[in-house]
Ligand binder design. Structure first.
Ligand code: SME
Length: 157
């Protein structure tokens, strides 16, 4: 397993293309879910320097905070609540260019201006969501969606 992350400079796609093999190297052969989720958030935060990157894990009728990098965050989110709970309810990736325009957005950090939430599936059920927050507006687009969805599919739940 690689323990050093090689930071890539380039287009967003180039950054993801270099990062994803490294994430594979970090998690393959490691059966512990928390360890793998933790390293994925570390890799994303280190490469992209977002405000926050982390997982919320489905537990009953709530999302519960999982491994993350960034400021402390709210611990429980109900289905349909906020961007994360809406992504879960809709089983869909949500790109939010301006969090102030998303009704019900949960402001864990007042510094967050834009956000993407990507559901992760097991047996066609949402089992967790990957959430990323940025201090800048409109940070996330369909390129992030494309690659972050790939990353969620790498995880063995
Ligand atoms: N903004 C999210 C809450 C999680 S934090 O951003 C880490 C939401 O509206 O669901």
């Amino acid at each position: 397993m690689a323990e050093d992350l090689h930071i890539t400079i380039g287009t967003k796609s180039e950054q993801y293309e270099a990062l994803i093999p490294q994430i594979k190297g970090l998690i393959e052969g490691e059966p512990d879910l928390i360890a793998n989720l933790a390293n994925i958030t570390g890799a994303l935060k280190t490469q992209f320097n977002w405000l926050w990157a982390g997982f919320y894990i489905v537990k009953g009728n709530e999302l519960v905070l999982g491994p993350f990098q960034g400021p402390v965050a709210c611990t429980r989110i109900r289905k349909g609540q906020g961007v994360c709970g809406t992504s879960w309810a809709q089983s869909a990736t949500l790109i939010v260019p301006d969090v102030e325009n998303f009704p019900g957005h949960i402001a864990c950090s007042s510094l967050s201006r834009s956000e993407i939430v990507v559901p992760a599936f097991k047996n066609n059920e949402v089992i967790a969501v990957l959430d990323a927050d940025s201090k800048q507006p409109a940070t996330f687009d369909t390129t992030d969606q494309f690659y972050l969805e790939q990353i969620t599919r790498l995880i063995v739940w």
